[in-house]
Design a protein around this ligand. Structure first.
Ligand SMILES: Cc1ncc(COP(=O)(O)O)c(C=O)c1O
Length: 434
């Protein structure tokens, strides 16, 4: 779970009263719990401890440099997908040998920066990309490690189509048959050493079973490749471990580890390195989006709760039909939530659509959601918003992005200030002929 809990009808993050916080930092605001981030990282590290894995936190899920730094200090490496994320990892002081770099469209400049930084592995997505990275490494007189991203053709039926990546027909990786030819062709390159396999089957994956299927196929492939004389020193099993969007509905780190660790023990004992790339399972429950009700409006029989945030700050509901539990931060005893779920069985709830100020009908955070009565000026918390929240926020409709605040016990620290109108036009101040 997490450190966002009600005490006598008031929502706290760790020891900070969120109504007090809102009066100091304003709304909307992303609020993260340091303790939850650390506990989530630690629980994963503990669950997989037998494999001594490199846990590469997936920066794309929540990239604030202060958050990367605190996870780096706990031992995390980083999973990056761009030069910008590599820059963040460096700023956070993460050892570059614990960085893996995925993504189908790495540019030459990004590749050079990653080779210079001496990152751990490039996760290779295609033949053309391998040839390009190998050529750049050769030009630079450098060597780098590469993991081939293999697409094991397994998927979780519950994963949204837009975040499912393990099927044959995705833009990611190569299928197993092609992986064999890949190693035959490129497996002995001197500058880009193809010595690892990378998997990432989607996000979130709601059971251990798809991992078991994918890892089993990867281990068979590794055996074959080793028999042909290739050195395979690492297996990166990707990310995708679920978060607790609805109380108790998702497996936790120990559930995944129970099924995955026994499969990989032999590979590990023979000297193989295991890499994990978790994002959501660490960050999602570590953050909420705090927002104030602007207006209540009826539309026919429908009740709209219009808040000061929306798809521009949290796009997941409209992009993926995602569920985020939403609840007022101050409630009477009968409305103190006992869990987080779509169906709350409490007296006096009303069905509402929670919507934002953006000029799009797609700008909603929840539809037909049972809520305690709320009025203009009330604060609401949008839970489990720490992952794929702020990182996907935009300035659409010229709305400044919210601040990010890190709570540490009773202290609140602004780790990204609220954007201003001036920030919105900074890059447009001059018109430069080229
Ligand atoms: C290659 C890769 N690794 C790791 C992740 C992190 O996934 P999650 O945040 O679900 O753990 C992603 C997410 O898209 C990804 O594409």
């Amino acid at each position: 779970m997490d450190c966002f809990q009600y005490r006598n009808g008031q929502l706290f993050c760790e020891d900070v009263n969120l109504d007090d916080l809102a009066s100091r930092v304003g709304t909307p605001a992303y609020v993260y719990s340091r303790r939850t981030l650390q506990e989530h990282y630690d629980r994963l590290a503990k669950a997989f401890a037998a494999l001594k894995p490199i846990i590469c936190y997936s920066i794309k899920s929540c990239g604030n440099v202060h958050i990367c730094k605190l996870l780096g200090e706990r031992g995390a490496g980083m999973d990056v997908v761009s030069g910008g994320e590599l820059f963040r990892a460096k700023l956070a002081g993460v050892p570059m040998g614990k960085v893996v770099y995925a993504g189908v469209g790495k540019t030459d400049a990004e590749i050079r920066a990653a080779i210079e930084a001496k990152i751990g592995w490039f996760n290779i997505e295609s033949e053309a990309e391998f040839e390009n990275i190998a050529a750049i490494a050769k030009q630079m007189g450098a060597t780098a490690n590469a993991a081939l991203r293999v697409n094991p053709d397994v998927y979780d039926a519950k994963t949204h189509a837009k975040t499912s990546t393990g099927k044959k027909e995705t833009k990611f990786g190569v299928d197993i048959e092609r992986a064999r030819r890949f190693f035959e062709h490129y497996g002995r390159d001197k500058h880009l050493k193809l010595n690892a396999i990378h998997l990432h089957i989607g996000s979130p994956i709601y059971s251990a079973d798809p991992y078991v299927q994918a890892i089993t196929k990867a281990l068979e492939l590794i055996d074959e490749l080793r028999n042909q004389g290739h050195t395979i020193s690492a297996l990166d099993i990707g990310g995708g471990f679920a978060a607790d969007y609805e109380s108790g509905a998702s497996p936790d780190a120990a559930n995944y580890a129970e099924a995955i660790v026994p499969l990989l023990e032999k590979f590990h004992k023979e000297g193989g390195t295991i890499i994990l790339e978790p994002g959501r399972t660490i960050a999602a429950n570590s953050g909420i989006l705090l927002s104030r009700v602007q207006y209540i409006k009826m539309g026919g029989k429908k009740k709209f709760v219009i808040v000061d945030t929306g798809m521009h700050h949290l796009v997941r509901p409209t992009l993926y039909d995602s569920f985020h539990f939403i609840w007022p931060t101050k409630v009477s005893p009968m409305h103190t939530p006992t869990g987080r779920s779509k169906e709350m069985n409490l007296p006096g709830l009303e069905l509402c659509d929670v919507v934002g100020p953006i000029c799009e009908s797609g700008d909603f955070l929840a539809k037909e959601r049972p809520l305690p009565p709320v009025a203009r000026g009330d604060l609401v918390a949008i839970f489990t918003a720490g992952a794929y929240g702020m990182v996907m926020a935009s300035n659409y409709n010229a709305m400044p992005r919210p601040p990010e605040v890190l709570i540490d016990g009773g202290k609140a620290i602004v780790i990204r200030r609220r954007e201003t109108y001036d920030d919105l036009v900074q890059q447009e101040r001059e018109a430069v002929p080229v």
